[in-house]
Design a binder for this molecule. Structure first.
Ligand SMILES: Nc1ncnc2c1ncn2[C@@H]1O[C@H](COP(=O)(O)OP(=O)(O)OP(=O)(O)O)[C@@H](O)[C@H]1O
Ligand SMILES: [Mg+2]
Length: 205
């Protein structure tokens, strides 16, 4: 995959999260290989893939009793500098400073935890950012700006941004770079103006 925004969509249980976890190294490959920047990373542990710039935002983020959003964000950012933290939370559309000191525990709402996950991925300044259903539980007022945010982050940092989503605004069938999971293969539907427009092209990642 070259740099840009990609969307992976497909039915429940078709393996979208599995692909994301394979790229991150959370799941182990049984066959095939994963090549990143010309290097086979199939056997690299998660921390080395992470150091190489691959970051995964979980579909179901973990909650940590006794840890605040500020703690998590500082770890992701590698700094607890207030100005930098504020810059990140304003980029993800969190206006309230109080939010920074919220505990990342079971009391957080489903949408709040997804926003926190999004912020921690962005704070890592990834080269490959994988967002697993970032729009799940997110209110209608936030979805549009979130899609814009991901596109802007991609452009500014020239990342490869992969979004797993069922939402047509984030990807879906109509998105020019939509990738569908069918018969255990990923297919790419080319955009308008492309000679393959309307046809599915097999895509290897
Ligand atoms: N660690 C695992 N061991 C065995 N089977 C697993 C494991 N993780 C996932 N699966 C199975 O693999 C299939 C694909 O799961 P996956 O979570 O990748 O689906 P998905 O496309 O992300 O679905 P959804 O849209 O519901 O999030 C499912 O049938 C799931 O039960
Ligand atoms: Mg999934």
């Amino acid at each position: 995959m070259s740099r840009g925004v990609y969307a992976i969509t497909g039915p429940n249980g078709s393996g979208k999260t599995t692909i994301a976890k394979l790229i991150m190294g959370i799941n182990e490959l049984t066959s095939g290989k994963i090549v990143f920047n010309g290097t086979d990373i199939s056997r690299l542990p998660i921390n080395e893939r992470s150091n190489a710039g691959i970051v995964y935002g979980f579909q179901h983020p973990a909650r940590f009793k006794g840890t605040t959003f500020r703690d998590l964000l500082s770890i992701s950012l590698g700094s607890d500098d207030e100005e930098k933290l504020v810059d990140i939370i304003s980029r993800v559309g969190v206006c309230s400073m109080d939010f920074l000191d919220k505990p990342v525990d079971s009391k957080l709402s489903g949408g709040e935890i997804k926003k926190i996950e999004l912020a921690t991925v962005i704070a890592r300044n990834p080269k490959v950012a994988i967002y697993d259903e970032p729009d799940t539980g997110i209110d209608l007022w936030t979805i549009g700006p979130m899609v814009e945010l991901l596109k802007r982050e991609q452009k500014e940092n020239n990342t490869t941004t992969i979004v797993v989503s069922h939402n047509k605004h984030s990807g879906g069938r109509r998105h020019p770079f939509a990738h569908q999971k069918r018969q255990n293969r990923l297919y790419r539907r080319s955009g308008r103006g492309d000679p393959h427009a309307g046809r599915f092209k097999r895509l290897y990642i």
